[in-house]
Design a protein around this ligand. Structure first.
Ligand SMILES: NC(=O)c1ccc[n+]([C@@H]2O[C@H](COP(=O)([O-])OP(=O)(O)OC[C@H]3O[C@@H](n4cnc5c(N)ncnc54)[C@H](OP(=O)(O)O)[C@@H]3O)[C@@H](O)[C@H]2O)c1
Length: 340
C-alpha cells in the first residue's frame, strides 16, 4: 500500500487563527502541506508566508481558489466574508474548511448549504471539538446513562478582547460575542440534545460596553425537555468551564471547546466518588479535525460533521439570540488592560 500524497492547503487571510492554531495543528497531525496563503496585500501575504512556513504568499483570495496546486481551502476571514468565499471555493470543487460562523446571517446559510449538497462537495465549519477524544468520551458517558438523562448544559466561554480594531468588535464584519463564542455552547447542545426546536426558544440579555456589538451576553435556550444556559463575552480572562447535567449526575469540563492535555473531564455520578479524566492527547485542538479531513481526502474515512448536517440549526439559534437581545444594555466602558 502506498501512502497518500499530502493534502495541499490554501489559506484565505493572514489570520491569527491560521497562525496560532491551523498551521501548528497541520504540523502536529501531518499529512498536509500549507502551499499558499492569500491576503488583501500581496507583499504582506508573502512576508507572512515566509514567517509562518507557508510555501508562498499571494495577493487576492481568488488566486488560491484558481490554483491547481491546492486541494483544500481554509477560509480564515471575518464572518461577513465567509458566505461569499465559501460559495466561490465550493464552485472550484476543492474541499473547504470555513471558520465559524459559516455565515454572518442565518439567511445566507441556505444558498451556501445548497452548494455544499452538490455531489462530491465537502464543506466543514471549523468547530473542532467534536473530533476530539474528550468529546467522544463525553458522548459515551451521556449515551451509556452514567449521568441519567441529560437535561441541562451550563457553559461559559469568555476571553479578553481589547484591541479596538479586533474583528470581534466590528458589526460590519459580523462581530459580537454571540456569533464569535455563543455559537460554541449552541453546537455542544446540538451534539448532546439533537436538533433544536424550530423556531428556536430563546431568552437573551446582552451588554455592549460602549462597542457597536454585544461584547457580553447571557442566554437560555429551550431544547425540548432540556435547556442550555450560557454566558459568553470578551471582558474576562479565559474561561470555558462547562457542566453537562443529567438526572443522576453530571460531567464537568474545564474546556469542552478547545481542550489541551491539561484539561479535565470530571464525572460526578450519584453515590460514586468523582472520577477525573484527561482524555486529550493532541497539543493542538485543530489537529483531530485536520486528521479527519486528510483521511476523507485520502479515501480512508467517511466524512463526518459536515456543514450540510449541522450548520443551519446553529445559525438559526444564534440568529434568534441576536434578535432576542435587542435593544442591548449599554453597560459601562470597561478598562483595557491586555492586548489580543
Ligand atoms: N475555530 C476556532 O477555534 C476559531 C478561533 C478563533 C477565530 N475563529 C474564526 O476565524 C476567523 C478569523 O478570526 P481571527 O481572530 O483569526 O481574525 P484576524 O486575525 O483578524 O484575521 C482575519 C483575516 O481576514 C482578512 N480580512 C479580510 N477583510 C478584512 C477586514 N475588512 N478586516 C480585517 N481583516 C480582514 C485579513 O487577512 P488579509 O489582510 O491577509 O486579507 C485578516 O488577517 C473568524 O471567523 C473567527 O470567528 C475561529
Amino acid at each position: 500500500m502506498t501512502a497518500s500524497p499530502p493534502v495541499r492547503w490554501g489559506i484565505l487571510g493572514t489570520a491569527n487563527i491560521a497562525r496560532r492554531q491551523f498551521l501548528p495543528a497541520l504540523a502536529e497531525v501531518g499529512g498536509g502541506r500549507a502551499v499558499l496563503v492569500a491576503g488583501r496585500d500581496g507583499r504582506r501575504a508573502a512576508e507572512w508566508a515566509a514567517a509562518e512556513g507557508v510555501e508562498a504568499g499571494v495577493p487576492g483570495y481568488a488566486t488560491v481558489l484558481g490554483s491547481d496546486e491546492v486541494d483544500a481551502v481554509y477560509i480564515a476571514l471575518p464572518n461577513s466574508l465567509h458566505a461569499e468565499w465559501t460559495l466561490q471555493a465550493l464552485a472550484t470543487g476543492k474541499a473547504v474548511l470555513c471558520e465559524k460562523m459559516l455565515c454572518r446571517d442565518a439567511a445566507d446559510v441556505g444558498p451556501v448549504l445548497e452548494a455544499a449538497r452538490r455531489p462530491g462537495a465537502l464543506l466543514w465549519e471549523a468547530f473542532v471539538f467534536p473530533f476530539q477524544p474528550q468529546h467522544q468520551r463525553l458522548l459515551e458517558l451521556v449515551g451509556s446513562g452514567t449521568i441519567g438523562d441529560p437535561c441541562e448544559i451550563i457553559s461559559s466561554y469568555h476571553f479578553r478582547v481589547t484591541q479596538p480594531t479586533n474583528i470581534r468588535l466590528n458589526a460590519e464584519l459580523g462581530g459580537g460575542a454571540l456569533a464569535d463564542v455563543g455559537c460554541y455552547p449552541v453546537r455542544l447542545a446540538q451534539e448532546l440534545f439533537g436538533p433544536p426546536p424550530d423556531p428556536p426558544e430563546v431568552w437573551c440579555e446582552a451588554i455592549d460596553h460602549g462597542h457597536e456589538v454585544e461584547t457580553d451576553a447571557a442566554a437560555i435556550v429551550g431544547w425540548g425537555g432540556a435547556r442550555l444556559i450560557f454566558s459568553v463575552g470578551f471582558h474576562r480572562g479565559y474561561d470555558a468551564f462547562t457542566r453537562v447535567i443529567g438526572t443522576t449526575g453530571q460531567v464537568r469540563l474545564t474546556n469542552p471547546y478547545h481542550p489541551g492535555p491539561a484539561d479535565t473531564l470530571t464525572v460526578l455520578a450519584d453515590g460514586k466518588d468523582p472520577v477525573v479524566e484527561r482524555p486529550v492527547t493532541d497539543a493542538r485542538s485543530f489537529s483531530a479535525m485536520l486528521g479527519h479531513i486528510h483521511g476523507v481526502l485520502a479515501g480512508d474515512e467517511a466524512p463526518r460533521q459536515l456543514a450540510v448536517e449541522l450548520s443551519a440549526p446553529t445559525a438559526s439559534v444564534v440568529d434568534a439570540l441576536q434578535q432576542a437581545c435587542r435593544p442591548r444594555r449599554r453597560g459601562a466602558d470597561l478598562p483595557n488592560r491586555t492586548k489580543r
